[in-house]
Design a protein. Sequence first.
Length: 424
Amino acid sequence: MTKIYIEGYGCTLNNADANIIKNSIKSFKDFQIVNNLEDADIVVINTCVVRLETEHKMISRINYFKSLNKKVVIAGCMPKALREKIIDKAHILIMPREAHLAGDIIYKYENKLDNALTLQNPCLNDKLKYLKPENSLIMPLPISEGCIGKCTFCIVKVARGNLISYNKNLLIKKVNEYLNNRVKHILITAQDTACYGFDKGYTLPDLLNDINYSTSGSQFTMRIGMMHAKNLPKIIDDLLECYKQKNIAKFLHLPLQSGDDKILRDMNREYTTDEFMDIVKEFKRKVKDLNFNTDIIVGFPTEKEENFENTLEILKKIKPDYIHGAKYTQRKHTLASKLKQIDTKIRKKRSEILDKLRRELSYYNNKKYISKSLRVLITERRKGIAHNCKVVKFNWDRDLNVGDFVDVKITDAKTFGLFGKVIN
């Protein structure tokens, strides 16, 4: 029996693909998944390439696997986006839209069979068949692959391609499968959840409403993943209606990337800072306890000091609960990589300034929850996820169980966490 070790990296969407790869491999009786690298004949690494340092880490891991004389299967974003950098390091390459074929591809390689038929026009919806909950309270639910954006800095578009949405009825069926297997928190994920269904004639709110109708009476929450501000206005009214539903987490991940209109144009983000702020204001006005997260890139090639200062001012106005700040790094095959780059010392300094602000804003927002009661899903002993996806730590009682929903009164707040006491 061939023993296979799987290692995964990257975003929630990539984590879902790792689950799919694992279950595809498990469907072959000739293969055994192992937890220890030393025991493996084959190593599958599901890669991420969103940033340059991540790419370097992936290549380092791949080289390490090769040094152990393992057969190396490289999956995820790297085979599609940076094939030329790894083609001589891999025994097999598996593209993001081939994750569900991993078992078949490896089987045919091991048995020296022709893979051409396996790789001919793979059906994306078939990926969902291999996405299985395994004693987990929390599961990702990918709703689409690719996007409709053309951001000048983004290599993920190269890896994931144009938008293809999963069939709505299959997603509803998958949610019910999750709930029947005691999943309590579902991570709705995609490169851009806001454009779900634009290629099919329906929308994200349509999906959420149909899921709620199908799961009436079930106790669970759904966290809607990252949305692009250029697409959200098309669905905002219907989506805000969905947020009134109890099982939609009061969470918004809306990347700003820059608070300067010139830089947004250079990034080809297709919205202005005013349009972005209008969206945030509307969400904060209509969604109680909103946990608003955003992303910022510092040191984009055309970013001057004034542009960076504008970003800081916008952040002070919209006050995100959490800012994911990243120093810009050149990504091959992107337009921004061809521009003259900013000195790394300037990028580092701006990143430090941003980090100080993000900590101040996170603490400012968390303090507002002191004395409030939040509905919390217990995910482990003394810890859980609130109805707005805030992480909460609390006292433990022997009557509590992982998987329970409890009310917690917040008694203290730190920069990146809340603390409280269970009150029921």
